[in-house]
Design a protein. Structure first.
Length: 453
């Protein structure tokens, strides 16, 4: 609904100038019509959207709420503008991790939109995609996938296959498949999304940064760090230029780039990036936002690798508390956090504390993601390592074997995570006097790592 000048500024990523134009439009409306006129609601909604884009959620919320109140009073509760306003408010709450507030707003918006415009309108596609993203964030992937697919079909039919809205849905669907470990489905969707956005929006638009970042995340997950790094760097440069150095997207880009460097063993590069990411997210989103939990978890992982358990443990604990509060006790992120805490106890030799955390993490991961997801490989391998350290080789071996099968199938035979499981299994073979079998695995790992170098 932005006026033409503000819309062009927005499309160019010039958000500060777009805000000034929209503020003038709001002032003009308030000066020339009543404060409850629908035109005032339009300007309020537009201005709220710009602040949301800039990550200034505290400014966005009251603008959205006032716009909603004006439109409900003027048009009634079933009007399309009310549906738009509800959707925007739900998106805002979703970004803040307030899923309980977001879901009923999305559902009400979806019902209004479908009733007003019919089942094939592109605005319905947007509503479906937004609700799907909420379910994806909650770990309810079975609900998310058909909503994304329906959204994509509606939007392609209504707007054409090269529209930026199609690019956005493709990026979201690709992220779902990446989360589910279906990398063969994810990659072409990311590539198509990137191509659409570059053509429609230009190479320096923030949405292009989003597609680049998603593709980089995919390559990092696959262990292809050489492909991932330049995509991360280009994405981060786009976001810093377009959105400013303190935007939450920049926090995301710094966090994932740091994780790449951590994976490469370049800890000196990783630490300051993690710290800057955490500072940006706490300032922009508040100390209890799930993205803050992510930064805490990743920084804790770095300190764990460095053997500084005294620094790592409180970061993991705070991350776990945030994620349990926001997502509930059965979300995959909670499983990740429990697993990480258990690793620390394992490394410190406190097996009694580690075992129940590993088991709970494994149960959460299997329930949420299924028995063949790569995260299951991690959970199984870590539980196997615990039993191995306890000398319970009979329990450890089948867990390593299952982990290896999952990781080879999902990630390919040369992925670094496959090497990690092979290392553990080789150590077990040596401990159980099967040196020749251990030799074979160690030679395989050495060959894999030589190729990677």
């Amino acid at each position: 609904m932005l006026n033409n000048e503000a819309r062009e500024l927005y499309r160019a990523g010039k958000y500060d100038r777009a805000i000034l134009v929209t503020q003038k439009a709001l002032q003009f409306a308030e000066d020339n019509v009543s404060p409850d006129h629908p035109d005032v609601g339009t300007s309020l909604n537009d201005l709220g959207g710009l602040y949301e884009t800039l990550g200034d959620y505290a400014k966005a919320e009251p603008l959205y709420l006032r716009a909603l109140a004006i439109w409900e009073k003027t048009y009634g509760p079933e009007h399309l503008n009310v549906g738009t306003s509800l959707n925007n408010l739900a998106v805002l709450y979703n970004k803040q991790g307030e899923n309980a507030k977001a879901e009923p707003l999305y559902k009400r918006s979806l019902a209004i939109t479908e009733k007003a415009l019919g089942p094939d309108h592109p605005e319905l596609g947007t509503s479906l995609s937004n609700l799907a993203t909420l379910y994806r964030n909650q770990g309810d992937y079975a609900k998310a996938e058909p909503l994304y697919e329906r959204s994509l079909a509606i939007t392609e039919k209504a707007l054409g296959q090269d529209h930026p809205s199609v690019g956005a849905i493709l990026s979201n669907l690709a992220r779902l498949y990446r989360t589910l470990g279906d990398y063969a489905k994810a990659e072409p969707l990311y590539e198509r999304s990137l191509a659409i956005r570059e053509k429609a929006l230009g190479p320096d638009h923030p949405d292009v940064g989003t597609s680049l970042h998603g593709l980089a995340e995919l390559y990092r997950t696959l262990g292809d760090y050489g492909k991932a790094e330049p995509l991360y760097l280009r994405s981060l440069a786009i976001w810093e230029k377009a959105l400013g150095p303190d935007h939450p997207n920049v926090g995301t880009g710094l966090n994932t780039l740091a994780t790449l460097y951590r994976s490469l063993g370049d800890y000196a590069k990783a630490e300051p990036l993690y710290e800057r990411s955490l500072a940006i997210r706490e300032k922009a989103l508040g100390p209890d936002h799930p993205s803050v939990g992510t930064s805490l978890n990743e920084l804790g992982g770095l300190y764990e690798i460095l053997g500084d358990y005294g620094k790592a443990e409180p970061l993991y604990s705070r991350s776990l508390a945030i994620w349990e509060k926001v997502y509930g006790p059965e979300h995959p992120y909670v499983g990740v956090s429990l697993n990480n805490q258990a690793v620390i106890y394992l490394k410190q030799g406190d097996y009694a504390k580690a075992e129940p955390l590993y088991k709970r993490s494994l149960a959460i991961t299997e329930k949420a993601l299924g028995p063949d997801h790569p995260d299951m490989g991690t959970s199984l391998s870590n539980l196997a390592a615990l039993y191995q350290n306890m000398g319970d080789y009979a329990k450890a071996e089948p867990l390593y074997e299952r982990s290896l099968a999952i990781r080879e199938n999902a990630l390919g035979p040369d992925h670094p995570d496959v090497g990690t499981t092979l290392d553990g299994l080789a150590t077990l073979y040596r401990a159980t006097q099967r040196g020749s079998e251990a030799d074979l695995l160690e030679k395989r790992v050495a060959k894999m790592r030589a190729v990677k170098r």
